[in-house]
Design a protein around this ligand. Structure first.
Ligand code: TEU
Length: 556
């Protein structure tokens, strides 16, 4: 592993600035707030920060609608605050990864403003315009946030494509000028000293050019891992990423293992690593997100098996449960009441002992939960409010009460509630009223409390981050699911030439017995979430208590 591949043993911390820390009490987080918490992140031990978008934006989708890629949104601060953040992070040995959103721009971007209503604009061809078909939208493609994916430009009579909100117009990557603009943007931030980039929905940038109706689905088959996507990524990689030695992580929507092997191939021609979401659909029955459902445990394990074995030696994946689009994992797959801390640790161990680069989403390290909102007025996310309107008011497919339950499980706002720093009003996030309500468990669950408790979720994460650096088999070992059909235990082995690592996780609140082969020169526990385990000698037979996890390292 070369010096440039520092990210293979690293852990990244994701910051959603709007909800992280507010330095001047306006109710929304900002860059100075982040700077004030860098020592906290240093203590946790993370190697890098991924900052979700802080650029100029009307904030229809909280910054994923960028109006100017070269300036900072005043809500977050100034460019000098940003430079300051970069410097302060670097001085603590923490790298910075920026979020690049170039599948689409805000419709407030000057390119789009010039293109709208003007077929002669030099920027018209930066976007995707089509004439109506039979007086209607050019195709039946659906926006990811609900409704048709085309919006009419009244002055020219043409439609533009938006795979997300209508305020997020898709860029036309077929146009070489667009690709040059993207390279200029990324170079600008790399020149500043930014260490890497997270590329938003990057596998959607190349659209099949015949723009046909999708007879079977929502249109995604025409643009997911599209015809020229690898070519485009190679072009940017060669012209920018390789030049600056940037670490890159591509967000891959509804992708396949085969494409991800190529995106993240160790030849470095495209990206360093990928985010894929298959494991986070174990509670989407038949692929349906907008329904309340338990998770399918056997399916969850089989998805991890597919990706862990499939990427080994061929590519590299990000390991994550949480981000700003996903509900809190402890509420989703764990138990956010009686066994909150135990299950938070057990879940963390499950992914941190796998191969890949772990990402911790703000608040995950203190075991934050979904807020369990009870009113639609508490939600801010446009996807949640759109889906409420479509399902309750338009289609009438669910009742108000059912939708509140669905949102409690699935809304993106579940992870966007303000970071819980202490037990003071608004959880120490701000002294002003937060833009999104704080979860009402902040008096018990907060950063101040976990730092004071040596047995907390926080110190468990700190340990996981360190184990990755100390124990090579976590990075290099191959992966075998030891009991794929077991209904309660997730137990896998990682193995290289010198070591075996066995990670055992009980996903339920009852006791479960298990018998394992632990033969070798030496076997020892390196991790557990019950205090009495470490230090004792592992036995072949063991009983796992509710949500217990144990990790055994065997020298061969
Ligand atoms: O998300 C892409 C994406 O497809 C999602 O995870 C999305 O939230 C989900 O499909 C909705 O059900 C990225 C960003 O992470 C997200 O915050 C943005 O809203 C989206 O792209 C558009 O830029």
């Amino acid at each position: 592993m070369s010096q440039e591949e520092w990210w293979r043993t690293a852990t990244v911390y994701q910051i959603y600035p709007k909800s992280f820390c507010d330095s001047n009490n306006k109710g929304t987080g900002d860059i100075q707030g982040i700077i004030s918490k860098l020592d906290y992140l240093k203590m946790l031990g993370v190697d890098a920060i991924w900052l979700t978008p802080v650029y100029q934006s009307p904030m229809i989708d909280n910054g994923y609608d960028i109006a100017d890629y070269y300036s900072i949104n005043p809500d977050f601060g100034t460019m000098s605050d940003f430079d300051n953040l970069l410097e302060e992070a670097k001085s603590r040995g923490i790298r910075l990864i920026m979020d690049i959103v170039v599948n689409h721009t805000s419709t407030q971007h000057h390119w789009f403003q010039s293109a709208l209503g003007n077929k002669d604009s030099e920027y018209r061809d930066y976007y995707i315009w089509k004439d109506p078909v039979n007086g209607k939208e050019p195709t039946n493609w659906q926006s990811k946030f609900g409704g048709n994916a085309w919006e009419m430009d009244e002055l020219t009579g043409q439609y533009y494509l938006h795979l997300f909100a209508k305020e997020q117009a898709d860029l036309n990557w077929e146009n070489p000028k667009v690709r040059q603009e993207v390279k200029d943007i990324i170079s600008f931030w790399a020149e500043k000293g930014v260490d890497g980039f997270r590329l938003d929905v990057i596998n959607l940038i190349s659209k099949q050019q015949d723009f046909l109706d999708d007879e079977k689905g929502d249109g995604r088959c025409f643009y997911t891992d599209g015809p020229r996507v690898h070519e485009y990524l190679q072009e940017i990689s060669q012209d920018v990423f390789q030049k600056y030695g940037s670490v890159t992580v591509g967000e891959m929507s509804s992708t396949t293992l085969e494409h991800c092997q190529q995106y993240s191939s160790s030849d470095g021609m495209e990206l360093s690593m990928v985010f894929n979401f298959h494991h986070l659909k174990a509670d989407y029955p038949n692929g349906q997100k907008w329904t309340k459902a338990p998770f399918d445990f056997i399916q969850l394990k089989s998805i991890f098996n597919h990706w862990q074995t499939g990427l080994n030696g061929k590519g590299w994946g990000a390991l994550f449960w949480c981000n700003h689009d996903q509900p809190r994992v402890v509420s989703r797959l764990g138990n956010d009441q009686e066994y909150r801390e135990l299950s938070a640790k057990m879940l963390a161990s499950t992914i941190h002992m796998m191969q890949g680069t772990p990402y911790i989403y703000q608040g995950e390290e203190i075991g934050m939960t979904n807020p369990h909102y009870t009113s639609i007025d508490q939600y801010r996310d446009l996807e949640s409010t759109n889906m409420y309107d479509i399902m309750v008011n338009q289609d009438k497919s669910v009742s108000h009460d059912e939708m509140i339950e669905i949102l409690d499980q699935k809304s993106r706002d579940n992870s966007r509630t303000p970071m819980q720093w202490d037990d003071s009003l608004y959880a120490g996030f701000s002294k002003g009223v937060p833009w999104l309500s704080v979860a009402n468990n902040y008096k018990e669950i907060n950063a101040k409390q976990v730092i004071e408790d040596s047995n907390s979720v926080f110190y468990f994460y700190q340990k996981l981050i360190k184990l990755r650096k100390d124990i090579d088999v976590i990075t290099s070992g191959d992966y075998t699911d030891l009991f794929p059909e077991h209904k309660e235990l997730f137990c896998y082995q990682r193995q290289n030439e010198t070591h075996r690592l066995i990670a055992i996780h009980n996903y339920y609140d009852n006791e479960v017995g298990i018998c394992l082969d632990l033969t070798g020169k030496e076997a020892r526990y390196i991790l557990s979430n019950y205090e009495d385990v470490e230090g004792s000698i592992p036995q072949n037979q063991m009983v796992l208590r509710p949500y217990e996890c144990r990790v055994v390292l065997i020298t061969k």
